[in-house]
Write a protein that binds this ligand. Structure first.
Ligand SMILES: Nc1ncnc2c1ncn2[C@@H]1O[C@H](COP(=O)(O)OP(=O)(O)OP(=O)(O)O)[C@@H](O)[C@H]1O
Ligand SMILES: [Mg+2]
Length: 257
């Protein structure tokens, strides 16, 4: 392991390259507005091991969404490198980036971003149709995933008619229908009441076990974060390992963003 990797491993404890799904080295991201430059990520190092469910916490504005967007190749870093399966994202062609976003990554947003006038099944099938899967096969996969998230009987309902918790479960099915290697979830329970937040998180945990998923989840909910395999906190633009005390269960970082 080289010096840089050793430094990164201190944050995460990962050692074997074959176990690493994603690796981030010296990631920096600045935004310019007028004359001012805001540096949000200032040297983030991270390993995500296969099969891990990693929580990223930090106050509102600390850069959680920025980090997830970079991991998903929805944005490009100012400097630093993200490796996925050992390949540097910044070396990808536009077509490779599109394929990476569509097939390798599943993304769940705080607000579900479903198409409200389409059925649950149509929403879940959409990423498969986009990547050229025949409609019959896409439809079968969508039905199977709706079954997995406990919504088989809602397949024909318009997404806009579903409850917030149901919509988020559909969004999880849509994120996983392409069989991504990395699930990125940006405050997936942030818009839900406690009971639905618990149900959605329990679903993510269950699917993790069943499908050997690898996930990074940004959250303000410390009670849920501590049930993940590892908790990392964004502090002053860098990621640090964090242990969270057991109680109280209602603890949170205090910001809902
Ligand atoms: N496209 C952009 N242009 C300019 N500034 C941006 C842009 N995207 C994010 N920022 C700024 O970067 C900082 C980090 O934002 P980010 O959304 O990553 O925070 P967050 O940790 O996800 O916060 P929250 O918990 O509220 O969702 C904020 O100050 C935000 O205003
Ligand atoms: Mg955010």
């Amino acid at each position: 392991m080289d010096g840089q990797s050793t430094a990164a491993a201190i944050t995460t404890g990962a050692t074997r390259a074959s176990e690493v799904a994603a690796r981030v080295e010296g990631l920096r991201k600045s935004f310019r507005s007028g004359d001012a430059e805001l540096t949000v990520l200032n040297g983030v190092n991270l390993f995500v091991q296969r099969g891990e469910l990693v929580a990223v916490i930090g106050p509102s504005g600390s850069g959680k969404s920025t980090l997830l967007h970079l991991l998903a190749a929805l944005d490009t870093p100012t400097s630093g490198t993200i490796y996925f399966d050992g390949k540097a994202l910044n070396a990808f062609s536009e077509a490779e980036r599109a394929a990476y976003r569509n097939r390798s990554i599943g993304f769940v947003w705080q607000r579900h971003h479903l198409l409200p006038d389409f059925t649950a099944a149509e929403n879940v099938a959409m990423p498969l149709l986009v990547n050229g899967t025949p409609p019959d096969e896409a439809s079968r996969s969508a039905q199977r995933w709706l079954h997995e998230v406990g919504l088989a009987e809602r397949a024909g309902h318009r997404a806009g008619e579903l409850s917030g918790g149901e919509q988020q479960r559909v969004a999880i099915a849509r994120a996983l229908v392409t069989g991504p290697q990395l699930l990125l979830a940006d405050e997936p329970t942030g818009d839900l009441d406690e009971q639905n937040a618990e149900a959605v998180f329990a679903l993510i945990q269950r699917l993790h076990g069943l499908h050997g998923l690898t996930s990074v989840m940004a959250t303000h909910n410390l009670a849920l974060a501590r049930r993940c395999n590892r908790v990392l906190a964004l502090e002053h633009g860098t990621l640090v390992a964090r242990a969270i005390a057991a109680a109280p269960e209602t603890q949170s970082t205090g910001n809902q963003g």
